[in-house]
Design a protein around this ligand. Structure first.
Ligand SMILES: C[C@H](O)CC(=O)SCCNC(=O)CCNC(=O)[C@H](O)C(C)(C)COP(=O)(O)OP(=O)(O)OC[C@H]1O[C@@H](n2cnc3c(N)ncnc32)[C@H](O)[C@@H]1OP(=O)(O)O
Length: 709
């Protein structure tokens, strides 16, 4: 049997322990490795010739990606998970307890249990390679570091910094890691092993990073530490709204460990870890990891492979166009031509992309030369000269069908026969845009969300005649831009805007019933959305909503009818943040108010006197069940290919609470029967817009689910 851990001895007395899980792309830690690693440790202890140990990965570009998440998923009880964590502690303690120097040589991703393994070594050195990142991302899986991370990390880098890493799950690059004392040295990959060997030869002693005055005051006294923990606790409570149990448990483990010592801290860690592994929140978050990993391999068109994209073009230099051009150069590293009808649009796009990169320079994540290199991939023009060999064109112009028809014809005339025309429309059916095309197989929808550089989702919309090669190439292009694409079928609003529209309409209906704006936003934030519906409408633009609603109503039916009183908002020129006039007050100029305030005059415009009488649960339930019902309808109509895609679309496109796993997983938790009964109750009270869709009714009858248990 091929081994995972291989020990080789050098003449200088340093042994190299190489981890290489056979047959896997990346190293992960599994319980089944324990006997093998124990044997290796026994061998090392019994060999007096070994003067030091260096731990490396046998994988080309990764160290260890953490504990195997499938193994955690297989835990049936908290007891199973506790054994995993405690057994891991025993192995890591053994490693740490070796009386020879142990150095981890890190190249590539070193995450979760992988970093905890490195933390159990006496010293760490990492490569200065771009692929090298370190972090404890367990919180993003609804977990906490269960391999000693909650104990060893604060002892190494300080309490505040370790909490920051563990509570956000952020990954740090080599330079940052060195600065915070997470690693002892950063060197080019070519001399990584030799450097680690030299460190091992020098001995166990590591240079302790000097603490700042503030760190000494705050972390060196129990009063100071209490301040840090209390502050962190308050921030976590505000951020999680009580929906995510992991962050509070992370603070608890660190606090206990710092007060009672490492051994006691590890006991608390194993207990808390085990409770989280079997929590519904973590199960939902882990399902997202599996879904996104699976999707990375899909072309979107079965076995059809994508064509290579060497050059792209963006039509329209507005907010969306600028964002799309920016991710094309900065993430995909593909040259892009931005075309607009006037110079202003072009300079907008350029400055949009430049400002984003420059932020990176100011934060020292990027050198000015790297920024300028990326900018050199972006060219602009007001005409179509030199565009013959463009492989894909993304149009981001106004939502005007005639204009889009014109664009399709321009591109067919000016570019090559195979050039893909991708429309970033948010509401017009792609089949209608393709009507103007003589090569409709090249026409596709590519719907980004604003702000493009931040929002992870894109919808790739195939109409009946889009070729599989166009789909596969567009999916691959979006992925290169750092996006998670879901392929959806053509239809007004596609998937994301369609489910969002009904949710927003319900919030509007509640507003018109007299619920206050703050109350509505508070209810949905408490439910787990990143912002409430009124804030979202201000951000997206009330005018955008007003433009999309009639299209959806005409194509999909009266349940999409926006409340008529909203016309009054348009008449009052309330567009939201973009013209600093919406549901909230926007201060002009730089001085931003700390707390957002409702613009009370909006109630007058709507002819309302606000009074909060519906409970927070009632408000969120009414909005959310509309979204759930419509999501299922989209599945019923094959707009989305699977519940998995529907969950990913809602979470990555709208911010549907990740801890619920997405609308479909949430329906499984609620039970289709319960949802149908809630919808029927609301239908009696508020009308047919709550009519449950057929698929839900059938599922309620058959007691079936979307996902297997
Ligand atoms: C006790 C501990 O404290 C608990 C833990 O450690 S929990 C785990 C913490 N670690 C993580 O959350 C990291 C999860 N992994 C990732 O985020 C990403 O895979 C990555 C950033 C490491 C690499 O991303 P990328 O280069 O796009 O590769 P990606 O396709 O995702 O992964 C490559 C393969 O490694 C697998 N993989 C990566 N990390 C894994 C993990 N922790 N568990 C199981 N499989 C994992 C993927 O499933 C995939 O397998 P496949 O080739 O058979 O499909």
């Amino acid at each position: 049997m091929t081994k995972t851990f291989n020990l080789t001895r050098r003449e200088d007395g340093i042994a190299i322990l190489t981890m290489d899980v056979p047959g896997e792309t990346m190293n992960t830690l599994r319980a089944e490795f324990a006997p093998e690693i124990n044997d290796v440790l026994t061998e090392i202890k019994s060999d007096s010739q070994i003067k030091g140990l260096v731990l490396v990965s046998g994988k080309k570009d990764s160290f260890v990606a953490g504990a195997d998440i499938s193994m955690l998923d297989a835990c049936r009880t908290a007891k199973d998970a506790k054994i995993l964590s405690s057994d891991g502690h025993v192995v890591f303690n053994e490693l740490e307890g070796l009386n020879i120097p142990v150095v981890a040589a890190i190249h590539g991703v070193c995450l979760g249990g992988g970093l905890e393994l490195a933390l159990a070594c006496h010293q760490r050195v990492c490569s200065d390679n771009k692929k090298t990142v370190m972090g404890l991302p367990e919180v993003q899986l609804g977990l906490l570091p269960g391999g000693g991370g909650t104990q060893r990390l604060p002892r190494l880098v300080g309490i505040a910094k370790s909490l920051d890493l563990m509570l956000t799950g952020k990954q740090v690059r080599p330079k940052q890691a060195l600065k915070m004392g997470l690693v002892d040295d950063v060197v080019p990959e070519s001399i990584l092993l030799e450097t680690a060997v030299k460190m091992a030869l020098k001995g166990k002693k590591r240079v302790k990073k000097q603490k700042t005055m503030m760190e000494r005051v705050l972390e060196g006294t129990s009063i100071g530490r209490n301040i840090i923990f209390d502050q962190a606790g308050k921030q976590v409570a505000k951020k999680t709204q009580g929906n995510y149990p992991a962050p509070a448990k992370i603070i608890h483990c660190v606090r206990q460990g710092m007060a009672k010592g490492l051994t006691k801290g590890l006991v608390v860690e194993a207990q808390s870890f085990s409770e989280l592994v079997v929590s519904e929140e973590s199960k939902a978050l882990r399902s997202l990891f599996f879904a996104t990993t699976e999707m990375k391999k899909e072309t979107g068109a079965g076995d059809v492979q994508p064509r290579e994209i060497k050059k792209a073009m963006v039509l329209g230099g507005g907010l969306m166009g600028g964002g799309i051009a920016s991710v094309t150069t900065s993430k995909a590293k593909i040259p892009v031509r931005v075309k607009d009808i006037n110079e202003k649009g072009l300079s907008n796009a350029l400055s949009y992309a430049y400002n984003l990169l420059d932020k990176g320079v100011k934060r020292r994540h990027m050198t000015p030369a790297a920024r300028d290199n990326i900018m050199s991939l972006m060219t602009t023009s007001t005409d179509f000269t030199g565009v013959k060999n463009i492989d894909i064109v993304v149009e981001a112009v106004f939502e005007d069908l005639a204009l889009k028809h014109q664009m399709v014809q321009d591109i067919e005339r000016e570019c090559s026969e195979s050039t893909i025309f991708a429309s970033n429309t948010s509401s017009l059916p792609i089949s209608q845009i393709a009507e103007a095309a003589s090569r409709p197989e090249n026409v596709i929808g590519l719907h980004y969300f604003s702000p493009v550089e931040k929002m992870p989702l894109v919808e790739v919309i195939a109409h009946a005649k889009t070729s599989p090669e166009t789909i596969a190439t567009t999916v691959a292009f979006a992925r290169k831009q750092g996006k998670t694409p879901i392929v959806v079928q053509d239809g007004a609003g596609f998937y994301v805007n369609r489910i969002l529209a009904l949710y927003m309409n319900e919030a509007a209906a509640l507003l018109l019933e007299g619920q206050s704006i703050e109350h509505l936003d508070k209810a949905l934030v408490k439910f787990g959305f990143p912002v409430g519906p009124m804030t979202l409408l201000d951000e997206v633009g009330i005018d955008v909503g007003a433009k999309i609603s009639p299209i959806l109503e005409a194509e999909l039916g009266s349940r999409f009818k926006a409340p008529a009183a909203f016309d009054a908002l348009m008449a009052d020129d309330r567009k939201g943040r973009k013209n600093q006039k919406g549901f909230y007050v926007y201060s002009k100029g730089k001085a931003k108010k700390k707390k957002k305030e409702v613009d009370e005059s909006v109630y007058q415009v709507l002819g309302l006197v606000p009074g909060t009488n519906a409970s927070i649960d009632e408000v969120s339930q009414r909005c959310v069940v509309q979204m759930l019902n419509e999501a299922v309808r989209c599945l019923e109509e094959n707009i989305i290919a699977s519940p998995r895609d529907g969950d990913i679309g809602a979470i990555f496109g709208i911010g549907f609470p990740p801890f619920l796993g997405g609308p479909f997983r949430y329906i499984d938790t609620l039970g289709a029967g319960k949802l149908v009964s809630i919808l029927n109750d609301y239908r009696t009270q508020f009308g047919d817009r709550f009519e449950p869709c057929q698929m839900l009714v059938d599922m309620a009858e058959n007691k079936s689910r979307f996902f297997e248990l």
